[in-house]
Design a protein around this ligand. Structure first.
Ligand code: NAP
Length: 241
């Protein structure tokens, strides 16, 4: 299969949109989920109906269980073909200042956003001879706002991982990142705060889902780009403190 993507956290919001756009662009998909088993199966079924020539698999794994993430990926490719594109999208936006950050919170954030993407990507480059990795980070990685301290530290680590692995794994692998600004308010959160964040961006506009998916397509198609972090953020990173 020459176009197969593995997308983490693919069943809703940004991940689901990316799955739908990649499917439209001819990709078969391994739809990863954590708790959204049913949503994953429904999405796979809907995509199979729309794109009957392609394949849509589902696979569940808790990425905070990071010590098993490499083994998870090795087992995954015993069941399904090896993908040629990985999108590290899954996330949890835990709040808490540095003083309030427990070992468990830090390990969970690093597990989901850094250790699991690291060890899954490492397995990927061992298991195949060429491919692409795209990690979704956050426009806030250029700042030092500590309201979500463990989350931000883990996304900063992921950002450096993109650049380091782009060097080590070239020339056969390209590794890039996308740093979204305000796309969707966190689930169950006040939209007032989100609107304030949007209005504080230089462009004063919510980032569209299409802005993220068009960046993904650009990164896939432009074979000269690696180690790049594309800020799709209405300019939010320019005013980070
Ligand atoms: N939304 C924004 O405006 C925004 C802004 C900046 C950056 N971003 C970044 O863009 C990406 C997508 O954002 P989003 O808001 O669409 O994400 P989200 O809805 O918060 O989370 C996406 C998925 O992550 C999965 N996930 C959470 N914990 C997991 C775990 N322990 N193991 C495996 N999967 C887990 C969930 O899967 P299940 O549902 O299966 O449990 C969830 O569906 C994230 O990387 C986020 O940091 C988003």
């Amino acid at each position: 299969m020459n176009k197969l993507a593995f997308i983490t956290g693919s069943t809703k919001r940004i991940g689901k949109h990316l799955a739908e756009v990649l499917a439209k662009n001819g990709y078969s998909l391994i739809l990863h989920y954590n708790t959204s088993d049913l949503k994953a199966r429904i999405l796979a079924r809907d995509l199979e109906i729309s794109f009957p020539q392609q394949h849509f698999y589902t696979s569940g794994f808790d990425l905070s269980n990071w010590k098993l993430s490499g083994a998870y990926f090795r087992n995954l490719v015993k069941k399904f073909p090896v993908p040629n594109l990985i999108i590290h999208n899954a996330s949890e936006y835990l709040s808490g200042k540095m003083r309030e950050t427990s070992i468990e919170m830090m390990e969970k954030m690093m597990g989901i956003h850094f250790f699991s993407p690291f060890f899954i990507s490492q397995e990927f480059v061992k298991l195949t001879d060429r491919g692409e990795v795209i990690a979704i980070v956050d426009a806030q990685v250029v700042g030092n706002d500590t309201s979500h301290a463990a989350y931000l530290a883990s996304k900063k680590s992921l950002t450096d991982f993109i650049k380091m692995s782009a060097v080590e794994w070239a020339p056969n692998f390209r590794v890039n990142g996308i740093a979204p600004g305000p796309v969707l308010p966190p689930e169950n959160s006040e939209s007032e705060y989100f609107n304030q964040v949007v209005n504080n961006t230089p462009l004063k506009s919510q980032v569209s889902l299409e802005s993220i998916s068009s960046a993904v397509l650009y990164l896939i198609n432009n074979k000269s780009v690696t180690g790049q972090i594309m800020f799709c953020d209405s300019g939010q990173h320019l005013i980070q403190k």
